[in-house]
Design a protein around this ligand. Structure first.
Ligand SMILES: Nc1ncnc2c1ncn2[C@@H]1O[C@H](COP(=O)(O)OP(=O)(O)OP(=O)(O)O)[C@@H](O)[C@H]1O
Ligand SMILES: [Mg+2]
Length: 593
C-alpha cells in the first residue's frame, strides 16, 4: 500500500468526485435494500390474509377483498420498480463520479510520467529498453487506474452495503444472521485465491503476448534482411512456437476461469439452504415470519456480489501496487545533467577541452583520455579517427548528453555546466551519425525544433545541403511525407536532410558526426563548400573517417583509442608523414581505383 500512497495527491485533487461518489454509493445501496423489505411486507400481508379471503368464498366481500389485495400488491410492485429505477440512477452517478475520477487521474499520471521521461538524460534511455518505458506509461498506469476506479468503487460499495445490511439483519434476528454469514468468508477467501491464480496466469499471458508481438514486429521491420536470407520458413516456425505457448497459457487460464462461477453458485446455494433451514426453525419458534426468510435470502444474494468483488479487488490492488512501484522507480530517477547557474548568454562558439577524460558510466569503457583541444570561435576543426576511437563521444560531451568524468570542457571560457542545458543545445546544430527522421513532411523535418521558420530559409537550407533538387523531384515538394507511410529516402538523402535541419537554425556551433559518409565525393565537396560560407563566424566540428571531409578544416585532430595522436593543419600533417598522411594516401588510391 505504501507505493499507492503516491496517488493520494491525485485523490486529494479530485476529492469532490470521491466524496460525491461515496454519497451516491450509500444512496444507491439504500434503494437496493428497501425493495427486500417491501417484498417482506407484501408476502406477510398476503400470507396473513389469504385464510380470511377464503373464508368469504361465495360472498360479495370476496371480490372486494380480491380488489384490495390486487391494489396493495400492485402498489408494492410499483414501489419496487421505482426503487430499482432510483437505484439505477444513483448507480449511474456513482460511475459518473468514481470512474470519471479514475480517468482524470489516469490522464494526469500519464502526463506526469511522460513529462518526467522528457527531463531524463540520454544515459537513462541507454539503460532502459523502449518497451519497458512504454509498458510503464501504458499498462502499468492502466493497472493503477483499476485501483483508483473500479477497486475503490467496489470497496466503497461493499463497505456501505455490508454495514447497512448487517445492521439491519442483526436487528431482525442475530442467530439467523450468524448462520447465513458462515459461508461468506469462505467465498471471499476462495475468490481471492482464484483471482490470484487468474492474475498470475494473465501476467504470463501478457508476457507471452508481448514476446509474440515483439517477434512479429521485428520480423516485419527486418523483412528485407529476412527475405534476402530466405528465412521465411524459419520465421513461420518460430512464430508457431511462440503462438503455441500463448495458446497453452490461454487454455490454462480458461480452466481456472471456469471454476469461478460454479464456486460462487455453490456457496450462495449453501447460504440459501442454511437460511431456509435455520429460518424454518425460527418460524416454528414464532420469532420470524415467512416474509423475513424471503427478505434474508434476498440479502444473501445482495451480499454475494460485493464479497466476490472483495477477492477480486484485493488482487487488483496488489497488482496496482506492483505497477505503482515500477512507475515510482522511474519517477524517482533524477536528471543529473542540470545547470546550477543556468546562464543564457550570447554564445560566440569558442570550445576548449582541458585534460578531459571520459568513461561511459554503464559500460566502464574509457572513451576519451587526457583530451586537450582549443577551437577559437568561428573556426573549424576536423576530428578523424578509426571506428571506436571516441569521435561520437566528443559530440556527446559537446552537447552535454554526458558530463566529463574528469577535466573540464569550456564554451567561451566558461565551464559547459554553467550554461542552461536547453539553451546550449538550441545554439548547437547537430547532425547525428545515425540519422533519425520523423514521419512528417520534408519541411517539418527540416524546421524541426524551430517551428515557424520562414519558407525561404528552409529552401536555402535544403539548397545548402544539396538536397533541393531531390525535393523538387518529389510530387508534393516540401510537403512530401517521409517515413513509414511516405516516401523512403536514400541513405545519402537522409543525411543531407539531417544537415539541412542542423543548419536551418543558424547555430553558433555545428557538429557533423560522420554525416557525409553516404554521399559521393563530389556532393561531399559541394556541401563542404556551402558549409564554409554558412559557417563563417560560427564554429564547426566535423567528425569523419574520410580525409576528404577533413582537409578544409582550420585544424585537424587524429584520434586513436580516445587519445590525440596527431594534430595540425592539412599541410602540416601531410609534411609530418604520420598517421594522417598514411590515411590520405590509402584513401586517395582507393578513390583512384
Ligand atoms: N552509450 C555508450 N555506452 C557505453 N559505451 C559506449 C557508448 N557509446 C560508445 N561507447 C564506447 O565508447 C567507445 C568510443 O565510441 P564512439 O561512438 O565515440 O566511437 P566513434 O569514434 O564515433 O566510432 P565510429 O567511427 O564507428 O562512429 C567505443 O569503444 C564504444 O564501444
Ligand atoms: Mg561515431
Amino acid at each position: 500500500m505504501k507505493y499507492l500512497a503516491y496517488l493520494n495527491k491525485y485523490l486529494i485533487k479530485y476529492k469532490w468526485y470521491l466524496i460525491a461518489g461515496t454519497i451516491f454509493t450509500i444512496i444507491s445501496n439504500l434503494f437496493g435494500i428497501i425493495p427486500a423489505q417491501v417484498v417482506r411486507h407484501a408476502l406477510d400481508l398476503v400470507k396473513e390474509n389469504i385464510d380470511i379471503y377464503f373464508m368469504y368464498t361465495g360472498t360479495e366481500t370476496k371480490k372486494q377483498m380480491y380488489a384490495l389485495f390486487a391494489t396493495s400488491v400492485s402498489i408494492f410492485g410499483m414501489v419496487i420498480l421505482i426503487m430499482a429505477i432510483l437505484k439505477g440512477i444513483f448507480l449511474f452517478l456513482v460511475r459518473q463520479t468514481l470512474i470519471v475520477m479514475s480517468r482524470h487521474i489516469e490522464y494526469d499520471l500519464k502526463n506526469e510520467i511522460y513529462a518526467h521521461y522528457q527531463t531524463l538524460p540520454l544515459s537513462f534511455y541507454r539503460k532502459n529498453a523502449t518497451g519497458d518505458l512504454m509498458a510503464r506509461i501504458s499498462e502499468d498506469v492502466g493497472k493503477v487506474r483499476m485501483y483508483i476506479g473500479p477497486s475503490i468503487m467496489y470497496l466503497l460499495n461493499m463497505v456501505t452495503l455490508v454495514v447497512l445490511i448487517l445492521t439491519y439483519m442483526f436487528s431482525v434476528n442475530g442467530r439467523l444472521t450468524w448462520w447465513v454469514l458462515v459461508p461468506m468468508p469462505v467465498l471471499s477467501v476462495s475468490i481471492f485465491f482464484v483471482s490470484s491464480i487468474v492474475n498470475k496466469r494473465s501476467t504470463e499471458i501478457q508476457r507471452s503476448l508481448s514476446r509474440l508481438s515483439t517477434y512479429v514486429q521485428e520480423a516485419f521491420s527486418g523483412i528485407r534482411v529476412l527475405k534476402a536470407f530466405a528465412r521465411e520458413k524459419n520465421s513461420i516456425e518460430r512464430f508457431e512456437v511462440e503462438s503455441n505457448i500463448y495458446r497453452d497459457k490461454q487454455l490454462d487460464l480458461t480452466k481456472v476461469d471456469a471454476l469461478f462461477f460454479p464456486l460462487i453458485m455453490f456457496l450462495i446455494g449453501l447460504s440459501t439452504v442454511i437460511c431456509v433451514y435455520v429460518g424454518g426453525q425460527e418460524i416454528i419458534a414464532g420469532s420470524l415470519t415467512a416474509g423475513n426468510i424471503t427478505e434474508f435470502i434476498m440479502y444473501v444474494y445482495m451480499l454475494t456480489w460485493p464479497l466476490t468483488a472483495l477477492g477480486w479487488t484485493t488482487s487488483q490492488i496488489q497488482q496496482a501496487a506492483a505497477s505503482q512501484k515500477r512507475i515510482n522507480e522511474f519517477l524517482e530517477v533524477k536528471n543529473d545533467i542540470v545547470s546550477a547557474e543556468n546562464l543564457k548568454p550570447e554564445i560566440r562558439g569558442e570550445i576548449s577541452f582541458k585534460h578531459v577524460n571520459f568513461v561511459y558510466p554503464d559500460s566502464g569503457i574509457k572513451a576519451i583520455q587526457d583530451f586537450n583541444l582549443e577551437v577559437p570561435a568561428g573556426q573549424s576543426v576536423a576530428i578523424l579517427g578509426t571506428t571506436g576511437s571516441g569521435k561520437s563521444t566528443l559530440a556527446n560531451l559537446l552537447l552535454r548528453m554526458y558530463d566529463t568524468t574528469s577535466g573540464e570542457l569550456q564554451i567561451d571560457g566558461k565551464n559547459i555546466k554553467s550554461y542552461n542545458v536547453q539553451y546550449l543545445r538550441s545554439q548547437t546544430g547537430y547532425v547525428p551519425q545515425d540519422v533519425f527522421l520523423f514521419s512528417d513532411s520534408v519541411a517539418n523535418n527540416i524546421q524541426f525544433g524551430n517551428e515557424g521558420t520562414p519558407m525561404e530559409k528552409i529552401i536555402q537550407a535544403a539548397k545548402d545541403a544539396d538536397l533541393l533538387e531531390n525535393i523538387e523531384g518529389f510530387e508534393n515538394g516540401f510537403e512530401t511525407l517521409i517515413g513509414e507511410r511516405g516516401v523512403t529516402l536514400s541513405g545519402g538523402q537522409k543525411q543531407r536532410l539531417s544537415i539541412a535541419r542542423a543548419i536551418v537554425r543558424e547555430p553558433k556551433i555545428l557538429i557533423l558526426d560522420d554525416c557525409l559518409s553516404a554521399v559521393d565525393t563530389n556532393t561531399e565537396n559541394q556541401i563542404l563548400n556551402n558549409l564554409q560560407r554558412i559557417m563563417k563566424n560560427r564554429t564547426s566540428v566535423i567528425i569523419s573517417h574520410r580525409v576528404s571531409s577533413a582537409k578544409l578544416a582550420d585544424k585537424i585532430v587524429v584520434l586513436d583509442e580516445g587519445r590525440i595522436i596527431e594534430e595540425g593543419t592539412h599541410d602540416m600533417l601531410m609534411n609530418a608523414k604520420g598517421a594522417y598522411f598514411e590515411l590520405f594516401e590509402k584513401q586517395l588510391s582507393l578513390e583512384e581505383a
